[in-house]
Design a protein around this ligand. Structure first.
Ligand SMILES: *[C@@H]1O[C@H](CO)[C@@H](O)[C@H](O)[C@H]1NC(C)=O
Ligand SMILES: *[C@@H]1O[C@H](CO)[C@@H](O)[C@H](O)[C@H]1NC(C)=O
Ligand SMILES: *[C@@H]1O[C@H](CO)[C@@H](O)[C@H](O)[C@H]1NC(C)=O
Length: 146
């Protein structure tokens, strides 16, 4: 009886934990819109037209979603002449496995929150104007170009 009650409590706890930490494609959408809000120049209107709430995130330019989770698994904005910064919310894209921002004009420091991107396997930030040291969490990645 006591054991059953313990299992019952544990189940309730796990359910609550799941509900409270649950994220979904809306999380990814908000994180990408936050990135868009930090882009101060998009001369070829890559994001301006496609990155809109009226279109499903998985169909935005440069975005690929995983077929299993329906979450953003790769972002490729390479060579789009974008100028801007990476916001702290970018760390909410926790399903991201590949990030290519090469050959743009991204500036400023990489946010600490990017350390939350624990699925990231490929990272290309080459040919940008990022500042500061290469953060310590870079060591976690198996394949990156800076
Ligand atoms: C995502 O989760 C939030 C709350 O966690 C919910 O309000 C929203 O409807 C969900 N969106 C989708 C697309 O499932
Ligand atoms: C990103 O996650 C943090 C912590 O969960 C939350 O406070 C913030 O509102 C999220 N940002 C967006 C754009 O959803
Ligand atoms: C991103 O797109 C460019 C142009 O289509 C391509 O050359 C590059 O290989 C892509 N990067 C990744 C990581 O797939």
């Amino acid at each position: 009886m006591e054991k059953a009650f313990t299992i019952f409590l544990l189940t309730i706890f796990l359910l609550l934990h799941y509900v409270m930490t649950q994220t979904n494609i809306t999380t990814d959408q908000l994180a990408l819109l936050s990135l868009k809000s930090q882009i101060i120049s998009d001369p070829f209107h890559f994001l301006h037209e496609s990155w809109s709430a009226a279109i499903s995130v998985c169909r935005w330019v440069g975005v690929t979603c995983g077929s299993h989770h329906q979450r953003v698994k790769s972002l490729n904005l390479s060579n789009m002449a974008l100028t801007g910064r990476i916001p702290r919310d970018f760390g909410n894209l926790t399903f991201l496995g590949s990030l290519d921002l090469g050959s743009n004009n991204f500036q400023g420091y990489l946010p600490q929150e990017m350390a939350y991107l624990h699925r990231l396997k490929f990272l290309d930030l080459s040919f940008n104007n990022f500042r500061g040291e290469i953060p310590s969490w870079f060591g976690f990645f198996t394949n990156f170009k800076f």
